[in-house]
Design a protein around this ligand. Structure first.
Ligand SMILES: O=C(O)CCC(=O)C(=O)O
Ligand SMILES: [Fe+2]
Length: 261
């Protein structure tokens, strides 16, 4: 089983690809990665239990160490994912912002680059509060397993209407961003071939090479190192919902606080 593999086989992995500046991520403490430890790390006092299986999280840890990205299906429990689907479907388009490129403060809307609508997630409903608490637990778990020094998490719902896309981009530029790990959770029932909207991930060393293409199907979670992997969203042929988020490091210097979002 994946978790036992983790605990016995992973000590010091040599990896000089995606991790680059993140060499510290290649070290895992084998004694930490038992089923009991992982399940303890993922135990969260939510209204709806977020996890029903450890395997997707164990796979995610393994993938991040070895290649710097991971896509896992049924990452959360069915009920938890369904509550998020209901939540995003209930958001009125008038209450969403046309997404800009860069931070929220930029108010920059670059229609050539992306065409989705977003709403930042604050803990103002039960499921939003649960989601943020769950991602906080994941932050702590990732730090304890991969020594990433992640400091916080920000996330928004995204709605791509028919015809929307997000052209090839990086979520963070080296030395210019506090974003370390990007996460995208997909919230769409029965995505079919031909409906577009795939996430395409490109090779970190040669970004003209496609290394993965994924339907935005309900319950699927994509995670990758924000500075390392170009990715894009192919034109969607139906409404496409997701939660995009970023684990960040703290970049507070002196009296200047690093603004979020
Ligand atoms: O929704 C996706 O598949 C990717 C979204 C994305 O790349 C972003 O919001 O930065
Ligand atoms: Fe992105």
């Amino acid at each position: 089983m994946m978790i036992s593999n983790l605990s016995v086989s992973v000590a010091w992995l040599q990896y000089d690809g995606a991790l680059g500046d993140f060499a510290f991520l290649t070290v895992i403490n084998p004694s930490m990665s038992t089923d009991a430890t992982l399940s303890g790390l993922l135990h969260i006092e939510n209204t709806i239990p977020a996890f029903s299986r450890l395997e997707p999280f164990a796979n995610l840890l393994q993938d991040l160490q070895t290649k710097g990205w991971s896509v896992q299906d049924d990452f959360f429990s069915t009920d938890f994912t369904q509550a998020l689907v209901n939540e995003v479907e209930g958001v009125r388009s008038v209450d969403m912002l046309q997404a800009g490129v860069g931070r929220k403060q930029d108010h920059q809307i670059v229609l050539e680059a992306r065409r989705d609508y977003i709403q930042w997630i604050d803990p103002n409903t039960v499921i939003r509060t649960d989601f943020l608490a769950t991602m906080e637990a994941l932050r702590v778990a990732l730090n304890s397993q991969l020594f990433l020094g992640l400091f916080d998490y920000e996330a928004h719902f995204a709605r791509y209407e028919e015809g929307a896309f997000y052209e090839k981009h990086l979520d963070a530029f080296k030395g210019q961003s506090t974003r370390i790990l990007s996460t995208i959770l997909y919230l769409n029932e029965d995505w079919q071939d031909g409906e577009g909207g795939e996430l395409v991930i490109y090779d970190e060393k040669n970004p003209s090479i496609e290394i993965g293409r994924f339907f935005p199907k309900k319950g699927r979670m994509a995670v990758f190192l924000s500075e390392c992997f170009y990715h894009e969203v192919i034109v969607s042929r139906r409404t496409r919902h997701s939660i995009a988020g970023w684990f960040r490091v703290n970049n507070t210097t002196g009296a200047v606080l690093d603004p979020d979002q």
